[in-house]
Design a protein around this ligand. Structure first.
Ligand code: DX5
Ligand code: ZN
Length: 223
């Protein structure tokens, strides 16, 4: 059985020491670096964009998992693909033509991800499952790091897992927001395979060890 994929979120890093933080991620067992883009419209916060992506790309050896919390993400897909994204997540709530958007992400050579806000039902994905490589389940309302995990996420992941199995989809299930060692094994048991972790990694006394422990948290049960 595979160990979970771990994606530390750069949002919680010390930006004054970006190179040092990225070198730490390079030395770690992390599988991705999660890169949160916020536009102040889709979410009530602004994070970082292309200049930082460029700097990150120069120093980070891990593949980039780009989470676009922006309106009309189609405008920037080409730029993020050129900027080195391996995975591009768009928000379900921000896409009028989701099928087209996901197809475009794949055309650009990236994995296509769809992020769902806590209130967004999984049923809206049924007719685009074939276009999805990964579903990003938000376990907080997006916009800020360090928020509390919303418990309803667990049954939602279980239902999503069933939906994927019923449709023979091999899409990954990634969880973002309030994830740490306290809930990692429950999330994996529910069917998640990829964990995003911001404060629980960069806020830890020993971030390398925090990543290692997340990587070794309990295995998902065979369904
Ligand atoms: C929230 C972001 C998350 C955030 C997670 O809007 O999408 O990726 O960095 O941070 P933690 O792990 O601290 O909840
Ligand atoms: Zn995120």
């Amino acid at each position: 059985m595979n160990r979970p994929l771990i994606a530390p979120s750069l949002l919680a890093a010390d930006f004054a020491n970006l190179q040092r933080e990225l070198e730490l991620i390079n030395r770690s067992e992390a599988d991705y670096l999660h890169f949160d883009v916020m536009d102040g419209e889709f979410v009530p916060n602004i994070s970082f964009g292309f200049p930082i992506l460029e700097a990150v790309r120069r120093h980070c050896q891990k593949p980039l998992d780009v989470h676009l919390m922006i309106e009309q993400p189609d405008r920037y897909l080409d730029d993020f693909a050129k900027g080195g994204a391996e995975v591009i997540h768009v928000h379900y709530e921000a896409c009028t033509h989701l099928h087209r958007t996901l197809s475009r992400i794949r055309e650009l050579g990236c994995q296509a991800g769809v992020a769902l806000n806590p209130h967004t039902p999984i049923t809206g994905l049924e007719d685009v499952l074939e276009q999805i490589d990964v579903v990003l389940i938000m376990s907080v309302n997006p916009g800020f790091g360090g928020q509390s995990f919303i418990p309803r996420t667990l049954p939602k992941i279980k239902r999503l897992k069933q939906l994927l199995i019923a449709n023979r989809s091999s899409a990954r299930i990634e969880v973002d927001g309030g994830v740490g060692l306290n809930n990692a094994s429950a999330l994996l048991d529910a069917g998640a395979d990829t964990l995003v972790a911001g404060s629980s990694v960069f806020g830890a006394h020993d971030p390398l060890e925090a990543i290692r422990q997340l990587k070794n948290s309990r295995q998902p049960m065979e369904v």
